[in-house]
Write a protein that binds this ligand. Structure first.
Ligand code: ADP
Ligand code: GN1
Ligand code: MG
Length: 353
């Protein structure tokens, strides 16, 4: 980290406050300050317009806090609270150019990197569904697209083809099977994109990983949706599908033993029940029917993004070992294959809801 004392003082903290690395996000660098605050270096390679990003987050969190206040909720634990820097801005830009923000640390909460029980995934679904339902009254025109075309899978496919053509690290020879898998799924992207073109845009989270919802440590109920960097207009099916790709897998996203990686239909059902309940009556019939396709699309897209990053030389996602992005790609593509086998069952279950 750049000058820690400079950062702490500029957020009004003690210069010698204890600061430890926290969480397992792939994008920002997160630290816990004492046991009271979260300090994050915003990844400005990913979020180039960090001022607009922070403005989005301030608007969304203020909207949610007001709603909690009016309904007697716990304003400091059920929503993210941005702590401004001493100059009043929602971020602090260090002398070395790195950009930081701070949040109140949500007390007595639990972040899960792996689902432990079916109930956890039901709760995760309820949390993300409820988040979307709460934001249904939020004016989306106020939001800037923090990463344009974030879930535009056809554009992501173009980026993959570009990385493949350039092959800057000479890695295409290590991943022929994965490259073929991606190319063979081009028609699938087009077909699902067609289904989406008839669906309403909503204010969605766009990064619905299990570890982006905090649970109450005592009740294990969903407490607060975090990681609001990609809250933008989007499709409910993408929030649904992205959560399934991570949460309904029997193994970690970067498991190297693929025999351990399976799509778990029971977890899918639990998430679906929670998400649909959390959304209240806000979903159309067509949206619900798009959910199974969202699972295929988001899992495929994420696998293809990992593959693209592997080909590009690991410039986007944080990696912790050699071939990390390729390992991640392989789990995602294995999940896609299993979901394809299971698609009829996935659709039938949604029809019953
Ligand atoms: P990234 O974009 O890198 O994923 P996140 O905002 O998701 O960053 O933060 C990383 C992790 O830090 C989360 O998964 C969670 O465990 C923890 N975390 C983030 N914000 C808070 C908070 N306000 N209170 C408690 N834990 C938090
Ligand atoms: C990133 O920030 P994090 O770790 O919650 C990524 C998601 C991917 C995910 C894969 C802004 O999420 O889109 O699905 O990794 N976030 C961004 O684990 O690119
Ligand atoms: Mg996160």
């Amino acid at each position: 980290m750049s000058n820690l004392k400079e950062i702490l003082v500029n957020f009004g903290f003690e210069p010698d406050a204890k600061c430890i690395p926290w969480g397992n996000g792939h994008i920002n660098d997160t630290f816990r300050v004492e046991d009271k605050f979260i300090l994050q270096r915003i990844n400005t390679d990913v979020f180039k317009d960090y001022e607009a990003l922070m403005n989005n987050i301030c608007l969304v969190t203020a909207f949610l806090q007001k709603m909690l206040f009016n309904n007697g909720g716990d304003v400091l634990r059920e929503a993210i609270s941005v702590i401004p820097a001493i100059d009043g801005k929602s971020y602090y830009k260090c002398a070395d150019g790195l950009v930081y923000r701070t949040y109140i640390f949500i007390q007595d909460s639990l972040s899960l990197d792996k689902v432990e029980t079916k109930q956890d995934l039901y709760s995760c679904g309820f949390g993300f569904g409820d988040f979307q339902q709460k934001l249904s009254g939020f004016d989306a025109s106020q939001l800037v697209e923090t990463i344009p075309h974030f879930h535009d899978t056809l554009k992501r496919y173009e980026a993959f083809k570009d990385a493949l053509n350039k092959d800057v690290k000479n890695r295409a020879c290590d991943c022929k099977e994965e490259i073929d898998f991606a190319i063979n799924h081009y028609e699938m992207i087009k077909n699902i994109t067609d289904i989406y073109s008839k669906l309403p845009l909503r204010v969605t989270h766009n990064d619905t990983k299990l570890n982006n919802v905090l649970f109450d440590i005592k009740t294990r109920e969903p407490l607060c949706v975090i990681d609001l960097d990609t809250v933008m207009p989007g499709y409910a099916a993408n929030d649904f599908g992205d959560a399934i790709r991570f949460g309904a897998s029997t193994a970690a996203e970067d498991e190297t033993d693929l025999s351990k990686v399976h799509f778990d239909f029971e977890l899918y059902k639990a998430f679906a029940e929670g998400f649909i309940k959390g959304c209240g009556n806000g979903l159309t019939k067509e949206e619900k029917l798009s959910f199974p396709y969202g699972c295929l699309l988001m899992t495929f897209e994420c696998g293809m993004r990992f593959l693209t990053d592997y080909l590009n030389g690991d410039t986007y996602f944080k990696i912790h070992r050699e071939h990390h992005n390729l390992d991640r790609c392989r789990t995602q593509f294995k999940l896609v294959s299993e979901m394809e086998q299971c698609l009829d069952k996935m659709i039938s279950f949604i029809k019953e809801q």
